[in-house]
Write a protein that binds this ligand. Sequence first.
Ligand SMILES: Cc1ncc(COP(=O)(O)O)c(C=O)c1O
Length: 403
Amino acid sequence: MNSFPPPDDTAWTKWQSAWSLRPDTVYLNHGSFGPPPDVVRAARRRWIDRLDEQPMEYFIRDYEDLLRDAREKLAGFVGAGEGNLIFVEHATMAMNILAGSFPLGTGDEVLLTDHEYGAVDRIWDRACEQVGARRITATLPARFTSSEEVVEAIFRKVTDRTRLIVVSHVTSPTAIILPVEPICRRARQQNVRVCIDGPHAVAMLPLDLTALDCDYFTASCHKWLCAPFGSGFFYVHPRVQQEIKPLAISWGRSPPLPLDHWGDEFIWTGTRDQSALLTIPTAIDFLRGVPFDAFRARYRYLIRYAREQVTELTGLAPYVGVDMDNGDMDDGAKWCGSMIALPLSPGEARPLQQALWLRYRIEIPVIDWHGGRHVRVSCHLYNTTQQIDRLVDALRELLRQNL
Ligand SMILES: Cc1ncc(COP(=O)(O)O)c(C=O)c1O
């Protein structure tokens, strides 16, 4: 029997209608590509219009101040402190800037976990290859029950050649919140730098980057914060800022203004539309208006509901979630935020994902992972328990057909 209380979506109708999503689609993949709500789309259009209607006014007289204001608001939101954060298009760009700037030499080691995002693996594989450094992989525990075990699995692989640890705040393939605080603390003690790959953490979790004391934090705001696509940031701790250089040299600041801060190099990176970045404050205000605590309580409810329903169907335990049974949502949130990866019976991932879309109009990733497959459920404010019921019904049918 299902132990979960009956669904109550009615209180959330107001927020569901804040998005204009295609009515033919059940969208359970905010984690890959989070659609912006209408208020964010409208704000972005206004920025584009303002640029297109008077480019000189926008670029020459307004641009730097506008960008600085948006950056300050974001810095306050993630606890970055003043001057420690630059705008980039996305987390991928931030990670590439780091790989292009990091003082890596022959024989050095860069340590990643086996849960990292595939493109991040590629960035560091290439950076290591170019200078004769080694990329090392730490295998994390099969079940996530203790932070100490996770930290131990990583630091077991640290040697006196380890220069950098790259670790997700929330993993992409498995949707697990990793214990980044103790990882950063121990890395500082051992004099190893840490880059947190953080696109899923922004808005999913409260952030205080200054307190976290990581060296680098890379992020995309077009995921859980619901800012427009093409908005991200790169946080760099003051102790290592001077090493960071842009991948493409342009003016930096508009000439004749001098470059006297590491972030100045990234203000003017060539003429382009910056509307996505300037819209970030609107996205912050939108989620603050929910407010954030309510947003987080809501996604926990939905994720827990999804976990109940899918595990009842499959009989397979998720990688995380035992803590969620004790009723203490804060404790449950330790490993799992607004996404959860739920294992499925053996089979191919792609045909199942395709069938979920083509036959049931459900957009959700089915992921091959370490020889098995799972479905990764994402829940934002526009999702409902009925949508999860539809997913479970569809899975029941398709798995019965051995898909
Ligand atoms: C953990 C992680 N890192 C990096 C990225 C790359 O993000 P973007 O494509 O926005 O640069 C993603 C995207 O899903 C991700 O999940």
